[in-house]
Design a binder for this molecule. Structure first.
Ligand SMILES: Cc1cc2nc3c(=O)[nH]c(=O)nc-3n(C[C@H](O)[C@H](O)[C@H](O)COP(=O)(O)O)c2cc1C
Length: 498
């Protein structure tokens, strides 16, 4: 509760949803409970001006100054503004501005399967809620589903064609259900009709929605929605139990209204889909659960890394850190305070590259994952780092760098890949340049631990180990022990390069 005496210090903005209507010279502000407060004449005009000004966040004092500027004279009783702000706050027409959330590029990819259940008419609201939570949504629909919602509405929201047939017209070389099954990080069938549930239980791929859900390796959430008598049927219950057994996720139903009953006689009965916000919560929990399972193993290849970056928030990645590790920066500074040409391999969300570019070095930052780089760009739009999608074990990079930084990339590579990494360093680092590597010093699945002897042997004869120190790899939750290695390329640094 805000102190009414200190209204000039309140920081406020107009709420995104307000319960207000106007008629004649009256403005009515409803509370969330539906109680109305009417303002008339000058008060209504003042409230309209204040709401319009608070489209951007301002303090109470700024509101007062704005109103005085509009009136062309000081307000006789400034406390009127405080009272008005209090009224609008109680009616939730105003709110305290929240800190802006960082842009979330490349969120999880979701295929939404729609079926001929009446709740498909709510699909646009569900899609909007999914998109607001960062999902990239593609829709697939059975023939019956398109009786409840038009494909055009879904396409307007998703900016992608709705897949509604196994055999699409005019796309001879594509098999849409397989394409979408592979594309998806998660599949949501909501609402799931009794017929589609039966198809899934029987392994019947005849409809495009069932085919996607059966063919995908992504987690599938089935949200049944039907008449209570249908839901209670032995066959439907048997089919749902089968889906659970088969490893699909099945949501429990809500009490909902049955459209088959006349409007005046409808009462809530068990069998309907839960509301969109609940469906999204269930889906997010399933995506998170799958994602944590994935984190226990190192992804393979670009597709695996892309999926990992799409399905994880930054704070869920154990190695992710928004600041640069001080010892990596210090090792770089020893080579030069600015003006070096630096390559960072395995940049991930790009915090280190952005920090280094901010110190006046020319930075090329690469990662095998395009999804990671998309997020790196979105997190630091003003960064001067050059982001490139590249696999360092099969690099397409040319040119020479003074310094290459590798924070926790080398240790994830198998023996043959590490050798290709070493060969790439020999080509990419100029005479006298350095490779600065940080590797995990604690045992972990899929991670190679390096000692001074093994790292020196890997990069010999092109490089000599110059420096080694105990370090850590700080992430959001822990800072496991690590080792920092500095390896120098033979020869004197070419002055033209640095
Ligand atoms: C107005 C109307 C509403 C319907 N609502 C549902 C429903 O909520 N759940 C359901 O399982 N079937 C419902 N049906 C029946 C399905 O549309 C029908 O079983 C169809 O075969 C489903 O096929 P699909 O799973 O391929 O979309 C409804 C049918 C009509 C005519």
């Amino acid at each position: 509760m805000k102190d009414p005496e200190r209204w000039t210090e309140w920081n406020l903005r107009r709420a995104s949803v307000v319960r207000i209507y106007e008629c004649g010279d009256r403005m009515v502000v409803l509370s969330p409970e539906g109680e109305g407060h009417a303002l008339a004449g000058d008060s209504a005009a003042l409230a309209a001006a204040v709401l319009s000004f608070l489209e951007a966040p301002h303090t109470g004092a700024e509101v007062l100054a704005h109103v005085e500027a509009l009136a062309g004279a000081p307000i006789e009783r400034p406390e009127v503004i405080g009272e008005l702000l209090g009224l609008l706050l109680r009616g939730r027409a105003l709110e305290t501005p929240a800190a802006p959330k960082p842009a979330r590029a490349a969120g999880p990819r979701l295929v939404l399967g729609l079926t001929g259940a009446a709740a498909t008419m709510h699909a646009p609201a569900l899609i909007q809620r999914l998109q607001a939570r960062g999902f990239e949504v593609r829709a697939a629909a059975t023939e019956s589903a398109l009786r409840f919602v038009r494909a055009e509405a879904l396409e307007a929201l998703t900016h992608a064609p709705v897949v509604s047939a196994i055999w699409p017209e005019g796309q001879a070389h594509r098999v849409p259900h397989i394409e979408l099954a592979e594309w998806a990080d998660a599949v949501l069938i909501c609402p799931a009709s009794a017929t589609t549930i039966g198809r899934l239980a029987a392994g019947d791929h005849a409809s495009v929605v069932a085919a996607i859900a059966l063919a995908t390796r992504a987690p599938v959430l089935v949200v049944p929605s039907m008449n209570p008598a249908m839901y209670a049927e032995a066959a439907v219950q048997r089919n749902l139990a089968r889906l659970v057994e088969d490893g699909l996720h099945v949501a429990h139903p809500a009490r909902a209204l049955e459209v088959a009953d006349a409007p005046a006689t409808r009462t809530p009965m068990l069998g309907g889909a839960p509301p969109p916000e609940v469906v999204v919560q269930l889906l997010e929990a399933i995506v998170r659960e799958r994602a944590s399972a994935v984190l226990t193993q190192v992804p393979r290849g670009a597709a695996g890394w892309d999926r990992l970056y799409r399905t994880h928030a930054a704070e869920e990645l154990p190695w992710q850190r928004d600041a640069a590790d001080p010892d990596l920066l210090a090792a770089l500074e020893r080579e030069g305070a600015s003006g070096l040409s630096v390559l960072e391999v395995g940049t991930g969300l790009g915090a280190l590259a952005t920090a280094i570019a901010g110190r006046g070095h020319t930075v090329v930052a690469t990662d095998i994952s395009a999804a990671a780089l998309e997020q790196a760009r979105a997190r630091a739009p003003a960064s001067r780092a050059i982001w490139l999608c590249d696999d360092i074990t099969e690099t397409r990079l040319r040119g020479r760098f003074d310094v290459v930084l590798d924070r926790a990339c080398l240790h994830l590579l198998g023996r043959a890949e590490a050798e290709r990494h070493a060969a790439a360093m020999t080509r990419l680092i100029g005479a006298g340049g350095v490779l600065i590597v940080k590797t995990l010093a604690e045992p972990a699945a899929g991670v190679t631990q390096y000692s001074s002897a093994t790292i020196a042997a890997l990069f010999a004869p092109g490089f000599a180990l110059e420096h080694e120190a105990a370090s850590t790899l700080p992430g959001p939750a822990a800072a496991p022990a690590a080792r920092l290695f500095v390896l120098r390329r033979a020869g004197a640094r070419d002055p033209a390069v640095s």
